[in-house]
Design a protein around this ligand. Sequence first.
Ligand code: G3P
Length: 218
Amino acid sequence: MKFFIDTANLDQIREAQDLGVLDGVTTNPSLMAKEGITGAENVKNHYKAICNIVDDNVSAEVIATDYEGMIREGEELAKIDPKIVVKIPMIKEGIKAIKYFSNKGIRTNCTLVFSAGQAILAAKAGATFLSPFIGRIDDMSWDGMELIHQISSIYGIQGYDTQILAASVRNSLHIVKCAEAGADVVTCPLSAILGLLKHPLTDIGLAQFLADHKKANS
Ligand code: G3P
């Protein structure tokens, strides 16, 4: 399972990259706004900066919701760097745009996915990645992880190539459950990745090893 970090914050992207386990970055208009990145030129430069940190897979989202606008924006984004994946919303025009980019060999990430039906449609259109938002489903007291299981089963049966990119992943347990459910990728905050490190017995065990070593060598 690949690890993407879900942020536009360069320090956090660098920290995750330094850990040596990062496979990519996802952004969205809310995350860009959170970092204060506004205006076409600044947005472009910010994507360039992200691409300079990571090895591949930088999702950059279109703002347009009409077909022509999405094509225009997506082509501009794809020109920034070969690492860019054009992120497109799960709407009718978006499906047409995904098909267009798929035919041109430009990678896409179909976002705002909340059902198995949407997942089938995106795969048919040739999406490279599919982003089901599991945390937002959990927020409604439905089961986000169940959707990952269902899509994973359908994609397996049908032999679809689209990679399941579990999004709106909020914590470390989500990551573990995504791995069990068959997600190809998780995108999550840095805190959720670092949370995977934590176990009190690791800390207790290490303190004991170091104390024993010190005693024996003093
Ligand atoms: O990857 C999608 C993500 O940015 C949405 O996360 O926590 O706002 O539901 P959240």
